[in-house]
Design a protein around this ligand. Structure first.
Ligand SMILES: C[S@@+](CC[C@H](N)C(=O)[O-])C[C@H]1O[C@@H](n2cnc3c(N)ncnc32)[C@H](O)[C@@H]1O
Length: 278
């Protein structure tokens, strides 16, 4: 019985909670601490797209039909990305961060939530131009297997390449951008020389652990989809993964609340770059 003083929860909110619990219990994908506004929007889109009468009806289908689950999984994450996205950030990395990283004999850089790979390929180009690529191991991770496969392929349309070339120039790139790909049937293929030190791997920021000590972690436009509790948890994962003096780079709309222990310091507020304290 409902105590009148208790808040009566909206039925739709309860259905969403149950849907997310069900997905986690059955398949291990945990969206319970993603921003509820984002999840609600995605679930409503899916209901309309598949003509279900309710969230509960879709939940039942998701639980009994693995293929249906696989088909809706991509709807819970946004994969928008581009090469040299926010060119001024890459300009800053070029001028301020690479000189700092060049003091290490070997480098490990982790792109968490790499989507289709554009971000890690941009970093590979910067490292190559700065002469650091050969002593660098890059890790590009995402929890979406299909997206990771696309990232590994490194194939982009000519329309995308046009935009990426502009971004590259705006980021201070002085080389001929077309040196970094070859054209094959109207598709640009990223050169294998840029791929050779990149490991693409499945890693879920919500459920997976630390896998190495990093000199730099780039995680842009991912935390924005998480609630506060989950953001804190993932930031803790990054703090543990970074070596002392290691760099953390977040997206332009993401901010890290500086902790009392001062484990991490602001390095460049405007660029959302932080540094683990010594
Ligand atoms: C908007 S894209 C950002 C891509 C790139 N970092 C950028 O800023 O251009 C967000 C990516 O985060 C990934 N993602 C979302 N939740 C994740 C999780 N729990 N673990 C790993 N990756 C996740 C999505 O699959 C998606 O590819």
């Amino acid at each position: 019985m409902i105590d009148e003083k208790e808040e009566i929860k909206d039925t739709e909110d309860i259905e969403i909670q149950l849907f997310l619990e069900g997905m986690y219990l059955k398949y291990g994908y945990d969206f319970r601490d993603y921003s509820r506004r984002h999840i609600k929007r995605r679930i409503k889109n899916l209901i309309a797209l598949n003509s279900f009468n309710s969230i509960s009806e879709m939940q039942y289908q998701m639980l009994i039909d693995y293929n249906f689950f696989k088909s809706i999984l991509p709807y819970f994450s946004i994969n928008v990305t581009e090469m040299f996205r926010n060119p001024s950030l890459f300009n800053f990395i070029r001028k301020e961060i690479l000189p700092l990283l060049s003091t290490y004999p070997m480098l490990k850089i982790w792109h968490a939530g790499c989507s289709t790979g554009e971000e890690v390929y941009s970093m590979a180009i910067l490292l190559h131009e700065y002469g650091l690529y050969d002593r660098c191991q890059l890790y590009a991770t995402d929890f979406n297997e299909d997206i990771l496969n696309k990232a590994k392929e490194g194939q982009f349309s000519l329309e995308q390449i046009k935009k990426y070339t502009n971004n590259y120039i705006q980021s201070g790139g002085l080389e001929d951008f077309s040196d970094y790909y070859t054209i094959h049937y109207q598709t640009a293929l990223i050169n294998s020389e840029l791929k050779k030190n990149i490991i693409f791997a499945n890693h879920n920021l919500v459920t997976d652990q630390v896998f190495g000590e990093m000199h730099m972690i780039v995680c842009r436009n991912v935390l924005i989809y998480f609630n506060h509790t989950l953001q804190e948890k993932v930031i803790q994962l990054f703090k543990t993964s970074l070596c002392k003096g290691g760099i953390l780079c977040l997206g332009s709309k993401e901010t890290l609340l500086i902790d009392k222990e001062k484990e991490i310091e602001v390095y460049a507020q405007k660029q959302k770059i932080y540094r683990k304290s010594y």
